[in-house]
Design a protein around this ligand. Structure first.
Ligand SMILES: [Zn+2]
Ligand SMILES: [Zn+2]
Length: 372
């Protein structure tokens, strides 16, 4: 059978949240999606987290001339069908979806997929890893981060699938694929924070809170959380921050010097705010390292042997790191359930608004289960 004919035969009707206008709203539409190619896995999405990158795309980055898009990159679901070249996944497996990488470049072969040569194209290119678009017949684009998980079904590859045990709810595990992996990975992998070292975390949203939980696991002290929302600072203290600073009411530099007697050995900057960005580097002890998560410019060498690193996905290999985070969760060390709030799929625009307001830390959409 010719390949095109086979793809048509396996095509299926899915429901997906489609972005057609900058600023939204997203609309849930019926879309035709081709079946899996030989290297792809068809996954029924149970749930998807909403990450800051999705929201930035909706509100700032989207250009309507690109055509309508399906976003979403913190999916979790159940394998429905695997292409014939796929090894290690079969129908019924529970999976968490993470970012895409090529598997063939020097960085991927060295076990550093976050440095993949094709990282941008594979995650933001809105096309299949091998080229093409499985949603062409409906005139929309997907394959965002190799998943586009704001949909009932998606096509992924073994490079961005992580098999997980079936005893934990998929809706709880969904946000591990990007935000929580990034926060925890920054502390454990990128910075490799040592016990007894001081750390300041600028921004206590889901990424910052994951960084704080990871800092507690590795024994960092003191752990200082900085934010402008008292509710989030309270949660930061409950999850491991030894001190918190409300940067609207207190002088961050003075408070950090009071707490540590000097500066901090590590900082994690996730706010994107210019002043916090500057402080995350200025308040470092000599030899200290700042991890910059918002893609702002400025990484490099700073005076006094200080360093600034621009971090992607916490330098995590998802297939190794996500199971590690799940085992921390099982031991009560990484209580990610404290961060999430669940929404039905059709409430996606409310979930985005709540996240922007800060009233919800990590929104998770219940997808398959919330549709008729
Ligand atoms: Zn690569
Ligand atoms: Zn993300």
């Amino acid at each position: 059978m010719r390949k095109a004919a086979r793809d048509n035969e396996q095509a299926q009707t899915i429901r997906a949240a489609v972005l057609r206008h900058r600023g939204g709203p997203l609309s849930i539409e019926t879309i035709e999606m081709e079946g899996p190619q030989d290297d792809e896995v068809l996954v029924r999405i149970a749930a998807s987290g909403i990450c800051h990158t999705d929201i930035s795309y909706v509100n700032e980055w989207y250009d309507a001339s690109e055509g309508p898009l399906i976003l979403g990159h913190e999916g979790a679901g159940i394998v429905e069908r695997a292409g014939k070249n796929v090894k290690g996944f079969r129908r019924g497996d529970h999976v968490v979806l993470s970012y895409q990488s090529c598997g063939a470049c020097g960085a991927c072969r060295s076990g550093r997929p976050a440095d993949c040569r094709d990282l941008y194209e594979l995650n933001f290119g809105f096309r299949r890893p091998g080229g093409g678009n499985a949603y062409l017949r409906s005139g929309v684009k997907g394959h965002f981060f190799g998943q586009s998980s704001f949909a009932t079904h998606t096509l992924a590859t073994v490079r961005n699938l992580v098999k997980v045990k079936k005893d934990l709810p998929l809706e709880l595990l969904a946000p591990l694929g990007c935000g929580l992996q990034t926060g925890a990975g920054t502390v454990m992998n990128s910075l490799a924070v040592k016990a007894g070292k001081s750390i300041a975390v600028f921004g206590t949203g889901s990424v910052g809170l994951a960084a704080i939980m990871a800092a507690r696991i590795v024994g960092a002290a003191p752990i200082v959380g900085i934010d402008i929302l008292p509710k989030r600072l309270k949660l930061a203290r409950e999850l491991g921050a030894t001190h918190t600073i409300d940067s609207r009411r207190e002088d961050v530099a003075t408070r950090i010097r009071d707490i540590t007697g000097s500066g901090v050995d590590y900082s994690v900057e996730g706010t994107g705010n210019d002043e916090m960005f500057r402080l995350s580097m200025e308040l470092l002890n000599p030899g200290g390292t700042a991890a910059l998560l918002t893609g702002a410019s400025g990484p490099g060498r700073l005076p006094g042997g200080r360093k600034a690193l621009s971090i992607i996905q916490g330098d995590a290999v998802p297939q190794l790191f996500i199971p590690q985070l799940i085992s921390f969760y099982r031991k009560g060390l990484f209580p990610l359930d404290r961060l999430v709030k669940f929404y039905d799929f059709k409430q996606i625009n409310k979930a985005i608004a709540d996240s922007m307001r800060g009233s919800t830390i990590k929104p998770v959409l219940r997808i398959s289960s919330s549709l008729p």
